[in-house]
Write a protein that binds this ligand. Structure first.
Ligand SMILES: C[S@@+](CC[C@H](N)C(=O)[O-])C[C@H]1O[C@@H](n2cnc3c(N)ncnc32)[C@H](O)[C@@H]1O
Length: 199
């Protein structure tokens, strides 16, 4: 079977049911949980920027991990009515957003997350290129807003630039790893690149 770019259309699998049972807004929460269990993303930092945050399950997870101290900012093209009340959600496009609007009163963030995915056209090379552009922009924003020692997680459809983009992360962070969580369906080519300890 040909690999798909993402795992849309798999809404009623066991992770979807589990998310419903546990009160999470999307099955995507289990991808972040798995990444966090392996790479300890929420190991002290409390200021989180989540790019492409709708419907809000990663914000829910961040709040659960950090607790009362959590400072959460989300960005999405869509409104995010289900986001945790403590989150400040900015509605806008990542390619045109003013970074000052994301920072608000904050000097920096400790963690930058991006689960952004492009609208898929069905033309694989074009969709991979769009995913790469979203990832590069997320990394560019992370480079501007992360405090030294901060962490980055970004989704990327595996394509021509995958190796080069991993190397870009490696140059900016003390360590760079990629992983495909078990809750990301086997037929999807999405990967998550994790940069730890921003230089
Ligand atoms: C897979 S969903 C994120 C799910 C989220 N992590 C959660 O757990 O609820 C991807 C999101 O990226 C957003 N997105 C895609 N392109 C974007 C862009 N150019 N600017 C801002 N958000 C974008 C989409 O609107 C969509 O809500």
């Amino acid at each position: 079977m040909a690999k798909r770019l993402d795992d849309r259309g798999t809404r009623h699998d066991r992770f979807h049911q589990k998310a419903k049972r546990e009160g999470f807004l999307a099955r995507a929460v289990y991808k972040l949980e798995e990444i966090d269990q392996k790479h300890k993303i929420f190991d002290g930092g409390h200021r989180v920027l989540d790019l492409g945050c709708a419907p809000g399950s990663w914000l829910q997870y961040a709040e659960k991990q950090i607790g009362e101290r959590a400072v959460l900012v989300g960005l999405d093209r869509e409104a995010v009515p289900g986001a945790p009340p403590r989150a400040r959600v900015v509605v806008g496009d990542v390619h045109t957003i003013d970074i000052k609007e994301l920072l608000g009163d904050l000097p920096s963030f400790d963690i930058v997350l991006s689960d952004m995915a492009p609208d898929t056209s069905g033309i694989r090379s074009m969709d991979q290129a769009r995913s790469e552009a979203l990832f590069e922009r997320a990394l560019d924003i992370a480079s501007q807003v992360l405090a030294p020692g901060g962490h980055f997680v970004g989704k990327l459809f595996q394509g021509a630039e995958f190796k080069k983009l991993n190397e870009t992360v490696r140059a900016k962070f003390a360590s760079a790893k990629s992983m495909k969580p078990a809750s990301s369906r086997q037929i999807s080519i999405e990967q998550y690149v994790i940069g730890k300890d921003f230089k």
